[in-house]
Design a protein. Structure first.
Length: 601
């Protein structure tokens, strides 16, 4: 059977391309001959050749924006939202084959006798008002990409939606009380803890930014079907995040989410401290040792204040994630003791979880008369949890964890080139495995945590981590520009964005390519990242700031071996660029053009 696949999303870039490729491959698996039209806002539409159109048996339109179908009058046409095509393309084609109907009149309705063709909607029930919040640990890429994905999916399903993003610059598009009150369901696509008290009484569904980004249509459907009312007590972070459904795998909270919450609040302090220390080096590596100088003041602010607050902030907000505000004070007390005892970020993590769970237990199980209940969160819990946490840190946890941190620092400082290369290989591969996912975050958290220990060995892993994290978007972006014949116009536009994001150390810039072709993109990115990480460690590169990408190089002495650091990034990026250009199958078409028969290139 000959089919024409038409895809169009509001932005006309990533989703249009991903849906087209998913449906084309599904059609090939069914033995169909497929032609593709990808409608883009980047350039005028080039229609299918009339000869091929005459031979077409079925028109499949996966669209979430207006597309003129008047030229297909008399043909069997199936039209549905594009959000349905990416998750299950085979099922989408099966529905198209069974439900397509001859198009008798023009969908544009601009001619005599013409009418608007019916556009199937995924939501057969009345439209539901949805509000959502997205938040990832760094508050940069995943936060906004998940928001866009949810917006497109909801509109495709026929539901109005408003999404609030809680990114690194604070809350944007903030939901109003009226919007929350009128909403039928609330979606919290958050990898960190957010204030849920304003959603008390509403039906709430909790998931991750990754699920909202990759399974946006499924997330909307599950929220509408499974969300449960969030009670007054459940609105606190001590309750189940799925709105009271304890068995929900989507909404279940655990240590990983609490840790990411702590890292999210700690990260700005780490970045500020690292950059201030780097600025002190502008005046010379040892200039800060001269009392009364600007270099000494910058070092005191960055290393003496900001870096000392890192671990208390980490511990305090881990405890906040577990026990809400009553956990902050005991968490920070434990974190400060961890830093003072030399237990570093490992001790801070232990203190945060200890303080959080102790505060949570006191909140739940300490019963007081109603007349003095108000004293519990401001007096009894901070006092009791702080005392228990402090004593445990001093007499139980502090010394062993400090010994571990000292051993780790000594190992990193004195490791031979072979061990350094192996560590760089591992960290580089982890950074490129899931591009902002749990494995990537685990490697990044390890590097950030080492900064609290200080010493020469603490800055090498951070350099390898940031260099490797830039490799996937830079390599894929370069490949889309240098091997233009293998990339469509939409892909090349996405490649330009990927390059810009890569320069800023935002690995998520390569996600559109990974989502489309994971079996090729992930391995080649891991290889390039591992090479970069190994080279950076072999060259003993040290980086003072844990974020900023190549723009950190504008600060003198922020990186000790600038040229070798750039060489490491360049080699890894070229490996990804050349590797993906070689293994990428066939020749992609420009948006709006049609591919060869049967999808062959």
């Amino acid at each position: 059977m000959n089919v024409l696949i038409i895809t169009a999303c509001p932005s006309g870039v990533a989703t249009t391309f991903l849906a087209a490729r998913a449906l084309e491959r599904a059609a090939q698996r069914r033995g169909w001959t497929a032609w593709v039209e990808m409608h883009s806002q980047l350039q005028p539409q080039v229609p299918i050749d009339p000869v091929k159109l005459g031979a077409t048996d079925l028109i499949i339109a996966a669209t979430s924006t207006e597309v003129d179908l008047s030229r297909f009058v008399g043909k069997r046409v199936y039209q549905a939202p594009i959000s349905q095509a990416i998750p299950e393309p085979d099922a989408f084609l099966a529905r198209a084959e069974s439900e397509a109907k001859p198009l008798a009149m023009s969908p544009t309705g601009n001619r005599s006798g013409a009418a608007v063709a019916p556009v199937p909607r995924a939501a057969t029930s009345p439209a539901k008002k949805i509000v959502a919040v997205t938040a990832c640990p760094t508050g940069v890429a995943h936060t906004f990409m998940a928001a866009e994905a949810l917006t497109q999916a909801a509109r495709g399903l026929g539901h109005p939606i408003r999404v609030e993003t809680q990114g690194s610059v604070g809350a944007q598009n903030k939901l109003t009380p009226e919007e929350i009150r009128e909403a039928d369901v609330v979606i919290l696509a958050c990898d960190i803890e957010v204030d849920q008290s304003r959603f008390a009484g509403k039906r709430v569904w909790r998931t991750s930014t990754g699920s909202a980004l990759k399974k946006s249509n499924q997330t909307i459907q599950e929220a509408l079907d499974k969300a449960q009312p969030l009670g007054g007590e459940a609105s606190r972070p001590t309750a189940q995040a799925d709105g009271g459904t304890k068995g929900s795998a989507q909404g279940k909270r655990g240590p990983y989410r609490h840790l990411l919450t702590g890292v999210s609040f700690m990260l700005p302090m780490v970045v500020a401290g690292g950059l201030l220390i780097a600025l002190s080096f502008v005046f010379g590596i040892d200039a800060f040792k001269q009392e009364g100088t600007l270099a000494a003041a910058l070092m005191r602010i960055g290393g003496g204040a900001a870096f000392k607050l890192m671990v208390p902030l980490l511990a305090g907000y881990i405890a906040y994630s577990i026990a809400d505000r009553p956990g902050i004070a005991p968490g920070m007390i434990g974190g400060y003791l961890a830093s003072d005892l030399g237990a570093g970020f490992l001790g801070g993590i232990a203190a945060g979880f200890l303080a959080g769970y102790v505060a949570q237990a006191m909140s739940r199980h300490l019963k007081l008369p109603q007349s003095v209940e108000a004293l519990k969160p401001i007096l009894l819990i901070p006092l009791g949890a702080g005392l228990i946490t402090g004593l445990v840190m001093i007499y139980v946890i502090g010394a062993p964890v400090a010994a571990v941190m000292s051993a780790m620092t000594t190992f990193l400082t004195n490791m031979g080139s072979g061990n350094a290369v192996l560590l760089g290989l591992l960290l580089g591969a982890m950074m490129c495995f899931d591009l902002g996912g749990p494995v990537n975050k685990a490697a990044y958290t390890f590097g950030v945590g080492l900064l609290s220990a200080g010493g020469p060995g603490a800055y090498g892993p951070m350099a390898a981590i940031m260099a490797s994290g830039m490799v996937p978007p830079l390599g894929i972006g370069l490949s889309s520009l240098l091997a233009r014949s293998k990339f469509s116009e939409a892909e090349r536009e996405a490649g330009k964005a990927s390059l810009a994001l890569g320069l800023c150390f935002i690995s998520e810039g390569a996600i559109p390519f990974m989502a489309k072709d994971p079996l090729r993109v992930i391995p080649i990115c891991m290889i390039g990242g591992a090479i970069t990480g190994a080279m950076s460690m072999y060259f003993s590169v040290q980086l003072m700031a844990p974020h900023g990408g190549l723009f950190v190089l504008l600060i003198p002495h922020a990186v000790n071996h600038v040229l070798l650091y750039l060489l490491s990034i360049l080699v890894g990026s070229l490996v990804v660029c050349a590797g993906y250009a070689l293994i990428k199958p066939g020749q992609a078409e420009m948006p709006g053009t049609v591919s060869g028969e049967g999808g062959a290139r």
